[in-house]
Design a protein around this ligand. Sequence first.
Ligand code: XMP
Length: 515
Amino acid sequence: MMNQEKVIVIDFGGQYNQLVARRVRECNVYCEIYSYRTDIEQIKEMNPKGIILTGGPNSCYGEGAPSYSKELFELGIPILGLCYGAQLMMLLLGGNVEKAPVREYGKTEVLVDAQSPLFENVPKSTICWMSHFDYISKAADGFSVTAHTADCPVAAAENREKNLYAVQFHPEVLHTQEGTKILSNFVRGVCGCAGTWRMDSFVENSIQSIRERVGKGKVLCALSGGVDSSVAAVMLSKAIGSQLTCVFVDHGLLRKNEGDEVEEVFGPNGAYELNFIRVNAQQRFYDKLSGVSEPERKRKIIGEEFIRVFEEEAKKIGKVDFLVQGTIYPDVVESGLGGESAVIKSHHNVGGLPDYVDFKEIIEPLRDLFKDEVRKAGLELGIPEHLVFRQPFPGPGLGIRIIGEVTAEKVRIVQDADAIYREEIANAGLNKAIGQYFAALTNMRSVGVMGDERTYDYAVALRAVNTIDFMTAEAAEIPFDVLQKVMGRIINEVKGVNRVMYDLTSKPPGTIEFE
Ligand code: XMP
């Protein structure tokens, strides 16, 4: 990303830090996030076209509150402060920040009072998202106030000569009507970014740089069929072709037909050259899981066995030079390293892998991308849409969707029930409307009656949630007739099931998966 024009976000602990960077990238400007602890010399070296200071939970005048060197404002780089970032800018430059007489929270009418590059093509009255206890009671010298609200005299201020801008609201939040326009006005207008960040050029540049880095080396990639590993593998394949080997471990806990579907796309009859090796290790996993019902123990066993199988395959291949990891940008940000040093994704699946496999370096081709950008890159690379827009599927697979002991028979039941559920959700046109949905097998058996016979069979639970970040979720409202149809089909078509339930639990207190 050396020659790419970039804007950096300095993070003061706000909950929307990643959102700010994503919105900037939507303006086709490359953007990275750094902690407020990042040294100013490092910031200077990056030579950003602009800097955005995020919100944060503290009071900027409080003792020990996150701050930054005042020198930042003297670099001649355009700066936009958001919420806490705006208050900090004012405080450091001589304005006043104090506890507001009235807390502002939620959608708020902001009145633009003056012509400003930041508010170009923004109406004089516009709805913005506010969330603050403190307010700027006096803007710093040299600043003029450009917007206010009923309770907030300084909703926006600027020192146009020095290219310093401050807004009390959150333009990155969707509730701010003109948020994207305001951010675009800053990065494209004030900072003068050309907006050249595009997935097609990213893909092209990455392929080129992978080719240069790898040379004639040998590369190994664990392919799960999930979005990240698929996109990484195809990118590598386009870059270095036959020097790449991809190992796909079928642990027998995949969705119905999924192993074959992955093989169809990536195997020898598929469109890519990636020396695809499928390891059918189903029975090994079932043997290891036999008699085990404790959830964490199950996850551990699946993870460890995965490594063992992968290691055996890797040994057959011999020494490799590079190992591919599907790390994506949120992993980098959440690990707190903000791009400063290499992070190895501690994915439960491949956790510890580097210890077991003999290799020299790690390649992380998606390290700079957000999930939606990974998907765009996937489409650029010509990966089929159904793979690119695949739902998240946990590494331990159906192992955590079967409560209690895992057996081949239970896997068959949950696979069949889940396939029916997914089919009917798609038939009802709901597949894109629901965040994540699947069937799980409860460990409960109960008495039922079918025909003239008494049954004593399993209960299947249907789960469907809407979520933005997978940290919280709400049960999705699925029309009753769709649920009834799914229930009818599961009871009729899946042997061993005599009851179907719909899980209404939100997260918290529930989790999305069952174990
Ligand atoms: P929970 O159940 O924690 O799930 O509410 C949140 C999201 O994470 C996925 N998930 C996992 N993904 N390995 C994964 O790769 C795991 O062990 C795992 N556990 C949960 C889950 O599918 C949901 O999207």
